[in-house]
Design a binder for this molecule. Structure first.
Ligand code: HEC
Length: 158
């Protein structure tokens, strides 16, 4: 009889713990729903520090521009990106000029390296896809080093 009482006690604790967790996740979701900004422009303010989803967990931009990387990045951009991106204005996708004023560098690399998951799960990338009428950002299978060099090239665009 005592054993059964213990069992019930344990079950009760477990049930509360699980219930609590679920409530937490739900309440965060609710909070986000209520607070969810409506446009990319509104989200930018909130998400500038956000790294996005993908292989790049965090990235600090060095102060100096590395010209060798810039040249590599420019070559890659012209070969693999200009079908949809123009450096000076909006085209099929956004212009990357001044992108680091509105995005975190890790976010930009994750967008290049992992666009499918980003546009499915990252709140800002999802909104971007909507604002670009559902045209998806293409995965061009760049390596992390290649994405890094394109990022360096983006720094030089105004
Ligand atoms: C087939 C067209 C296409 C190609 C090719 C393409 N992109 Fe994109 N890209 C888009 C579209 C459309 C968006 C915006 C909508 C979205 O994110 O789905 C976008 C978004 C982006 C963003 C986010 C921009 C912002 O303002 O937040 C970055 C960064 C980017 N692309 C970089 C690249 C790079 C680098 C390449 C080449 C390696 C590339 N793209 C190739 C279509 C393309």
């Amino acid at each position: 009889m005592k054993k059964i009482a213990y069992l019930f006690a344990i079950l009760a604790v477990l049930a509360t713990a699980c219930g609590g967790e679920k409530n937490n996740a739900e309440s965060v979701k609710e909070k986000f729903k209520k607070k969810a900004p409506k446009s990319v422009a509104e989200m930018e303010k909130e998400y500038q520090k956000y790294n996005g989803i993908g292989p790049i967990k965090a990235f600090e931009m060095p102060a100096e521009i590395d010209q060798t990387l810039v040249d590599q990045g420019k070559t890659i951009f012209e070969a693999k990106c200009t079908a949809c991106h123009k450096t000076t204005k909006k085209f099929i996708g956004p212009s990357p000029a001044n992108i680091l004023n509105r995005r975190n560098p890790a976010w930009v690399m994750n967008m290049i390296l992992n666009p499918d998951e980003m546009t499915q799960k990252d709140p800002l990338a999802k909104q971007l896809l909507i604002e670009y009428n559902g045209s998806p950002m293409a995965n061009q299978n760049l390596s992390e080093e290649e994405a890094r060099s394109v990022l360096e090239y983006f720094r030089t665009l105004e």
